[in-house]
Design a protein around this ligand. Structure first.
Ligand SMILES: C[S@@+](CC[C@H](N)C(=O)[O-])C[C@H]1O[C@@H](n2cnc3c(N)ncnc32)[C@H](O)[C@@H]1O
Length: 356
């Protein structure tokens, strides 16, 4: 058998890429520490600090901070002034690394990756034996990570873009409707939506009790607890029929053990004329169209978490990539009469409108 000849340029490029990825993996772990210990938050004021000044302001060890800040500066996460040996967060770096309420905030990704890394032994076992890793094993870090990754976006987009993209629904929500969200997590979407539509009532359903405990606490803090109820329920077991004007399912159908039953359960819970809004990551149904940095992140998150939490319960293990064609087929299988992708440009989500 003739062996393929070696293309030296391809060889060098791949070896270089592995080196870049190695550095990226270490950066993620250290950025997680910077996030969790509040170093980025301390530096969000934009003041340039030497490592000694940073140690004084954070109460952390100077030597570790110096090495950490050097890594962050090399990664482009901090600016460095050699004249003063001082590090600072530029306004742009502060937005991405410290401003939780900005849609560009990204530090939730560090927390997500570390929560996944912590499960690596169990994940490897699942490769050998099948099964998965239950959501609860990932601990509060995954609850917080998902909340922090998506909250600012939902606050900015759902009540002011996604719901208004369906005019009759928007009218009902303003006048006073009943709406539910399945897979609501820590209330990152439902609470801001409840704040926006003050005449409507809301129900959040999720299977994870830690997420729901946090959601209830946040609803009370936000002053909406009288109109927002959180219940521990699987989407396929929503205990209501023909009730809701709106059911939202954002970034969660793919995590479910039984996504098809969940869609059927949601359909049953909608009143005639009710609308389901369903979001998934904006990706293609064709693997070959996802072979890019976004696709790598999605399939990586899916293998380390989304597919795996579904398989942990003997579920379908749908995987995070659900493109428009697959979503349409699932909607039709669940008995929905209409399906369309809303004409909304979004950096992460594709949003589908389904009607009973
Ligand atoms: C990736 S998180 C998304 C949370 C939130 N929707 C968001 O986009 O930030 C998926 C959520 O779905 C929940 N979940 C998984 N299976 C479920 C089911 N069968 N019914 C309801 N929620 C479920 C998980 O507990 C988790 O909170």
């Amino acid at each position: 058998m003739e062996r393929d000849s070696i293309d030296r340029d391809k060889l060098r490029a791949l070896a270089r890429q592995v080196g870049v990825d190695f550095g990226a993996a270490l950066t993620v772990a250290l950025a997680f520490i910077g996030d969790q210990l509040g170093i980025f938050r301390t530096m969000a004021d934009g003041v340039a600090r030497t490592s000694a000044e940073l140690a004084a302001d954070t109460g952390l060890n100077e030597r570790y901070l110096r090495e950490w800040a050097s890594t962050m500066a090399a990664a482009g996460y901090l600016d460095y002034d050699p004249a003063r040996a001082a590090f600072r967060l530029s306004p742009e770096q502060a937005i991405v690394l410290a401003h939780e309420d900005n849609t560009f905030f990204g530090a939730g990704a560090f927390q997500y990756a570390v929560a996944c890394y912590r499960q690596i032994t169990k994940l490897a076992d699942a490769f050998r034996n099948g099964g998965g890793v239950p959501f609860t094993d990932y601990g509060l870090d995954i609850v917080r990570a998902i909340e922090r990754l998506f909250q600012a976006g939902y606050r900015a987009w759902v009540s002011s873009q996604w719901i208004p993209a369906v005019p009759d629904l928007h009218q009902r929500m303003k006048a006073g409707a009943e709406a539910a969200e399945v897979g609501c997590g820590a209330g990152q979407c439902l609470i801001p939506v409840a704040q926006a539509f003050v005449n409507s009532r809301f129900f959040g359903f999720d299977v994870d009790s830690a997420s729901l405990a946090r959601a209830r606490e946040k609803a009370a803090d936000a002053g909406v607890a009288d109109r927002v109820t959180f219940e521990q329920r699987a989407a396929e077991d929503i205990p209501h029929r023909d009730r809701f004007d709106l059911v939202m399912a954002f970034n969660c159908i793919h995590d479910m053990a039984y996504p098809r039953r969940a869609l059927a359960g949601i359909r049953n819970a909608l009143k005639p004329g009710g609308v389901m809004l369903w979001s998934e990551a904006d990706a293609s149904d064709r693997l070959e169209e996802n072979l890019n940095p976004a696709g790598r992140t999605l399939y990586g998150a899916s293998t380390m978490h989304c597919m795996t939490v579904s398989l942990a319960h003997d579920g379908e293990g749908l995987g995070v990539v659900v493109g428009e064609d697959r979503a349409r087929a699932m909607a039709s299988e669940a008995g929905f009469a209409s399906f369309r992708r809303l004409p909304i440009e979004n950096p992460y989500h594709q949003i589908f409108e389904l009607r009973k």
